[in-house]
Design a protein around this ligand. Structure first.
Ligand code: 2DT
Ligand code: MG
Length: 211
């Protein structure tokens, strides 16, 4: 295959609103990379499989109530508890395709009115992505796509606020892909971005999020 036995894997993050196509595109990208012989795994946050993740899942399903700062810190803790495993996978040459990361953490909590700097603070020191792809879809368009699943946050007015915060978080290194294009077009763009990123990562050290 085309994996580098000596190189590290890439940390590739997809961000976007609910119903922006992230999960489908992550799956497509993952099978493409694996088909090309890369060692790659699909991850997602929140990771609902841990005990912290179960608390988050109950909150999202409206089965529990938590104060805004408390749930924010749980989302962050859910990334911290996975940091060590992510690092060892990346260092051993596995590329991680991750559906949501710290940017979701900040954009969703800031959309509730929490101070953005306060929201960023617990993310500092997590692994910095090598590539952030933002799937850009208008909140109105996302809402039209078969509706929302009924979890907390899946309301158009809230998603509009999240979109504004994502916008202010964007930096020039983000790759913004028009998520309203046909699925195959989006898929092609993601393939190219990820392939380039994996090549460029070879020899570059892993770094931490600093904002
Ligand atoms: P999914 O629909 O992708 O399972 O996400 N969220 C996510 C936050 O508020 N903070 C975070 O740190 C993360 C990772 C986004 C469930 C919802 O959780 C939100 C949507
Ligand atoms: Mg969702």
């Amino acid at each position: 295959g085309s994996s580098n036995s000596s190189g590290r894997g890439a940390l590739v993050v997809l961000e976007g609103l609910d119903r922006s196509g992230k999960s489908s595109q992550c799956a497509r990208l993952l099978s493409f990379l694996q088909g090309k012989g890369h060692r790659a795994e699909g991850w997602r946050f929140p990771d609902r499989g841990t005990s912290v993740g179960q608390m988050i899942s109950a909150y999202l399903a409206n089965e529990s109530q938590l104060d805004d700062r408390t749930i924010h810190l749980l989302f962050s803790a859910n990334r911290w508890e996975k940091r060590g495993l992510m690092e060892s996978k990346l260092l051993s040459g596995t590329t991680l395709v991750v559906d949501r990361y710290s940017y979701s953490g900040v954009a969703f909590s800031a959309a509730k009115g929490l101070d953005i700097e306060w929201c960023k603070a617990p993310e500092v020191g997590l692994l910095a992505p090598d590539l952030v792809i933002y799937l850009d879809v208008q909140p109105e368009k996302a809402a039209e796509r078969g509706g929302y699943g009924g979890e907390r946050y899946e309301r158009i007015e809230f998603q509009q606020k999240v979109a504004e915060h994502y916008h202010s978080l964007r930096d020039p290194t983000w790759k913004v892909v028009d998520g309203s294009l046909p699925m195959e077009t989006v898929e092609d763009q993601l393939r190219e971005l990820a392939t380039d990123c994996i090549q460029e990562c070879n020899g570059k050290p892993l770094t931490n999020l600093a904002w």
